[in-house]
Design a protein around this ligand. Structure first.
Ligand SMILES: NC(=O)c1ccc[n+]([C@@H]2O[C@H](COP(=O)([O-])OP(=O)(O)OC[C@H]3O[C@@H](n4cnc5c(N)ncnc54)[C@H](OP(=O)(O)O)[C@@H]3O)[C@@H](O)[C@H]2O)c1
Length: 260
């Protein structure tokens, strides 16, 4: 069984369709049960099997209950695809007085996914091992103004995964981090519009995640993001200014369709 978090989102839905066509057995999670049920129907119609397990990843008690329910009803997953995420673009001035932004984003993007993985890892290992594919963002290692809380939450998860990777591998669980660039989904729409220029389609983004599941490399990331991470480390102040200006320009060039 493959556990997919954020299954009902743009990339998650595209991925689940591809996995269904392979006849895979899926466990789907996100918060909205109705959307998960609809997706499970699509998975079954396309040749796969699926169960739904609603959970808010910001709630650590709910995450522990999700892991218990999965292990009791479905057994250990052979793979986990961690796609659930929340993004936010907000300047420093607008963030003053809003520490809950950081709480919300780290809960969804870092603490919840890490806690879920921790709860399932021993059972995966005992069942012979498995694969974990975690989607972060190409911007995780290139800090840019406006994306502080989102970048920090993704970077935190990335650092945690890099640190635990060798120990996880020793118990049979391989970890892949997929750094996605801009994808045309509901997440991108408030900043870039509904059909941003130059964005990946959800299907192409899902293909990168599938590559992670099939081949288990340590990292899947665009070349410009790898270069940006090096520059960001070599010249942090200059790189952050450059990344901010680049993000502004990219937004002006990419925005297309209604922003919401
Ligand atoms: N779109 C982009 O441009 C882009 C770029 C780089 C990286 N990424 C990353 O790619 C992944 C997929 O993004 P997407 O574009 O498919 O986003 P999306 O369409 O907004 O989907 C987000 C998914 O996460 C779930 N989710 C959100 N908050 C949650 C919570 N608190 N607990 C549990 N589930 C939660 C949502 O379902 P519910 O609302 O029902 O919970 C939904 O299934 C994310 O990790 C994102 O950060 C996206």
């Amino acid at each position: 069984m493959i556990l997919v978090t954020g299954a009902s989102g743009g990339v998650g839905t595209a991925l689940c369709r591809e996995l269904a066509a392979r006849g895979e057995d899926l466990a789907l999670t996100a918060r909205d049960r109705g959307k998960l049920e609809q997706l499970a129907e699509q998975v079954r119609a396309a040749g796969g099997t699926a169960t739904v397990h609603p959970c808010d990843l910001r709630d650590q008690v709910a995450v522990a209950a999700l892991a218990e329910e999965l292990l009791a009803t479905r057994g250990a997953p052979s793979a986990i695809v961690s796609l659930a995420g929340h993004s936010l673009r907000r300047s420093l001035a607008d963030t003053v007085g809003r520490p809950h932004d950081l709480v919300r984003l780290t809960g969804t993007n870092m603490l919840g996914p890490a806690a879920l993985l921790l709860a399932l890892l021993p059972a995966m290992s005992a069942a012979g091992g498995g694969r974990v594919v975690v989607v972060t963002s190409a911007s995780a290692r290139i800090p840019a103004p406006g994306w502080a809380a989102y970048g920090a939450s993704k970077a935190g998860l990335d650092a945690w995964l890099r640190a635990v990777r060798p120990e996880a591998e020793r118990v049979g669980v391989r970890i892949t981090v997929v750094e996605l660039p801009l994808v045309a989904t509901a997440m991108a729409a408030p900043t870039y519009g509904e059909a941003p220029r130059g964005a990946l389609s959800p299907r192409r983004a899902a293909a990168r995640v599938l590559r992670g599941l099939d081949r288990a490399p340590a990292l899947i990331s665009p070349p410009w993001a790898r270069l940006g991470a090096v520059l960001s480390q070599a010249a942090p102040a200059l790189a952050a200014r450059g990344a901010g200006a680049g993000a502004e320009l990219a937004q002006r060039l990419a925005v297309r369709g209604r922003t919401r």
